[in-house]
Design a protein around this ligand. Structure first.
Ligand SMILES: *Cc1c(COP(=O)(O)O)cnc(C)c1O
Length: 730
């Protein structure tokens, strides 16, 4: 839906686009053969202006196609490649563009074609604007149109990576292509092609999934269902937890899961959260068994390092270090001496202070400030003072105002005469998010207080350029989400390469990156049932850290004027975390753990006209038909010599025993890991209802009541995601 590649191509809003853009760049660096597909928005995401009252104004400058780094996609005869797509009742033209991203290409589509009606030309005018009908049209273009574009270009990917559910219609279009080519029905085509689709989920809140009303889906997808040869209800079922609930909205993330071979979350903690969010698709699964893994995001280091940091890394580790395998850079970088590091930090902070003053001055001048006020603006901040940075999307759940929980205490921290602190802020709130905008006003009001005025600056229009300056210069990056609602977060990773330190709630990436010698953790990872308690505890922890640890360590100087403990912390954070949270690591992990296995699985499935796909499909259909009659009979447990022997009768209702697995399961409890062991078929009594007996023994280290037999469908060629039912003995 968005790509953040450069300020020069504003088709992004925030974190999601950042991840897509940085991974595309890293794929180019590593030579992973990838193309990106996205939309070209005539106005991109809104630009922010803060007026004299502290209110946010939304502005929409136009992306002039001849002033952004794109060019039309040409057919061999030199004509512009335009694609006809059909939305209900009308054919519209998609225009196509390409962007060169290093060695990779990004293809973009828009509908601003003079042949389209005015309201169709506007489909791609804005990112995250309008209502759900417009969003549905955009997603039909992105997923459906995107796949058609690849076909028109003769690009036949083995793997299709859905970066968030917005693009999930691609799985239907891909299945449709396969149907056409191989003359098979939709279910078969989906069974084969899903093996080659990879889905990354990016939200930690259920409300973050795109959902469309059944009416809208009927209005827009009737034609597609016809093309796929399925009923509208069958299509709707792909986006529902309960296919029989005709009022349930259509969830794009559910479609993505049903159309993919693997699913991953974007941090370890987010995987835990996602297993809970997607549990409705895996009824009766223990949460830990819901097949969602994680690839923690990373950032494209060369995009976010400052010139000073780049020079230092090059000196320590050699040129082009971020394109290599990153193996020995931790060790090489550790050799950097204190003075060199501290000089780099001082230069970075000074450059940021100058940038912030300049930007703030221009802002004030543009709002009719008096000469006296302009003088004041010219001298805000101090290049020698401990500098905190905080920039977020201003949404209430991200708690961007936690530092203001106790204003007086925070003002005292800022204005401490021995150990002063200053803060540079930025962030936008969605134009429809009024509570978010109120949070911006709180900060702007606070920054105007005479006592803190020279210590706090809010920079308007947070974007890539502002971010680059902030992340290169701050000493400490502050992040205060409410755990566990930050899926990953990437801005904190961007300070690593520049020697900034993180002070953050143990959420998203920081929950796996934090250790006491690389930064600071707000709280200890506890989650609170009520918001007020969480805010109180986290604010207290945050202030205490600033007062007792962060500021004292920064100002504790040795004979050379260097804060030795601080510099040691920077060295550790840079050496240890920069490579681990780089997009280089992320893209390698995607390639090894997802792309290559998906390519292999798809190829295997598609072989000999999808014979494997046919078998898997037949297995699935057989299970679906007979599952409701599968049942357990008697369970017998015998204790013998510190062993527990379990024996259970089973009726498989005509399912071949090779098509299921009977397992003995015990959930994790009191520090004991979960147990899952296969039970073996022991007896077969043809002609009887409970024809099979399965048994197994296990060490009697836990009470027998902890264990429950269960039946799980099994097929050697099935994807983990295709196994979505479990029958428990009790
Ligand atoms: C990195 C970045 C983001 C995303 O940061 P999070 O920490 O994930 O919220 C958003 N906007 C800009 C401009 C960025 O550079």
């Amino acid at each position: 839906m968005e790509y953040m590649l450069s300020e020069a191509l504003p088709i992004h809003s925030g974190g999601l686009g950042n991840v897509a853009g940085d991974q595309l760049k890293a794929a180019s660096d590593l030579g992973v053969p990838v193309v990106g597909v996205g939309l070209l928005y005539q106005q991109g995401y809104f630009r922010q202006e803060i007026d004299a009252h502290g209110d946010q104004l939304a502005l929409y400058p136009v992306n002039e196609p001849n002033q952004v780094p794109i060019r039309p996609v040409r057919n061999v005869d030199g004509s512009w490649l335009r694609l006809p797509v059909t939305l209900p009742g009308i054919k519209i033209w998609i225009r196509t563009w390409e962007v060169q991203v290093g060695r990779t290409k990004l293809y973009l589509m828009d509908t601003n074609d003079p042949a389209n009606l005015a309201h169709d030309r506007a489909i791609t005018s804005e990112l995250y604007g309008g209502g759900s009908e417009l969003r549905l049209k955009q997603e039909l273009l992105l997923g459906g149109g995107g796949w058609m574009l690849l076909e028109a270009l003769g690009i036949k990917p083995e793997v299709c990576h859905l970066n968030e559910g917005h693009a999930a219609f691609a799985v239907l279009e891909r299945a449709h292509s396969y149907m056409k080519e191989n003359g098979v029905p939709f279910q078969h085509a989906l069974a084969v092609t899903r093996a080659g689709n990879v889905f990354t989920t990016h939200t930690a809140v259920d409300a973050g999934f795109d959902r469309f009303s059944p009416q809208l889906i009927c209005q827009y997808l009737t034609l597609l269902a016809e093309r796929l040869g399925i009923t509208l209800n069958e299509l709707l079922a792909l986006g529902r937890a309960n296919p029989d609930d005709h009022s349930e909205p259509f969830n794009m993330a559910y479609l993505a899961i049903r159309g993919s071979g693997s699913v991953n979350a974007v941090s370890r903690l987010h995987a835990t959260v996602s297993r809970r969010l997607f549990q409705p698709l895996f009824p009766r699964f223990p949460e830990a068994d819901v097949p969602i893994r994680h690839v923690t995001n990373g950032i494209h280091v060369p995009t976010w390092d400052s010139a000073g940091a780049d020079a230092l890394w090059t000196e320590m580790c050699g040129k082009g270090v971020w394109r290599g395998d990153l193996c020995d850079i931790e060790e090489k970088f550790r050799a950097v001496d204190d003075r060199r590091l501290w000089t780099m930090r001082n230069l970075g902070r000074t450059a940021l202070v100058e940038y912030a003053r300049d930007r703030f001055l221009r802002h004030e001048a543009g709002h009719g400030a008096s000469p006296l006020q302009l003088d004041e603006a010219r001298s805000v901040l101090d290049p020698d003072v401990l500098t905190l940075g905080l920039a977020r999307r201003f949404a209430t759940y991200k708690r961007p105002t936690l530092l203001l929980y106790d204003r007086e205490r925070f003002a005292r921290i800022l204005t401490n005469s021995q150990r002063p602190v200053q803060l540079i802020l930025a962030g936008k709130a969605h134009p429809q998010d009024l509570p978010g905008q109120a949070l911006i006003r709180e900060w702007v009001d606070f920054a105007r207080r005479p006592d803190v005025r020279s210590h706090v600056v809010f920079l308007s229009d947070y974007d890539m350029l502002v971010a680059q300056h902030m992340l290169a210069g701050v000493d400490v990056w502050v992040n205060t989400p409410k755990r566990p609602w930050e899926a990953c977060g990437t801005s904190g990773m961007k300070v690593l390469v520049n020697g900034g330190l993180n002070l953050s709630v143990l959420d998203g990436w920081w929950a796996e990156a934090y250790s006491p010698n690389v930064g600071w953790a707000i709280g200890n990872g506890d989650e609170f049932p009520d918001d007020a308690a969480a805010d109180r505890a986290d604010a207290e922890a945050l202030y205490t850290l600033l007062e007792n640890e962060v500021a004292p360590e920064f100002y504790d100087r040795d004979d050379n004027g260097i804060p030795a403990a601080w510099v040691a912390r920077i060295r550790e954070s840079m050496a240890l975390l920069t490579p681990a949270f780089s997009a280089n690591r992320t893209v390698r992990q995607y390639t090894e753990e997802h792309y290559l296995p998906a390519a292999a699985a798809y190829t295997a499935c598609a072989q000999s006209l999808g014979r494997a796909g046919t078998l898997v499909l037949a297995w699935r259909q057989d299970i679906a038909r007979r599952w409701k009659n599968v049942r357990f009979g008697q369970l017998e447990v015998v204790r013998h010599d510190n062993q527990l022997m379990f024996e259970v009768e089973v009726s498989l209702a005509g399912i071949d025993p090779s098509a299921v697995r009977v397992e003995l399961y015990a959930a994790a409890r009191n520090g004991d890991a979960p147990v899952c062991q296969q039970m073996l078929r022991k007896a077969f009594r043809p002609g009887t209802a409970l024809a099979y007996t399965y048994s197994t023994t296990t060490p009697a280290t836990r009470p027998a009541t902890d264990f429950t037999p269960r039946i799980v469908p099994h097929h050697p060629k099935a994807l983990p995601l295709e196994i979505d039912r479990i029958l428990w003995q009790k």
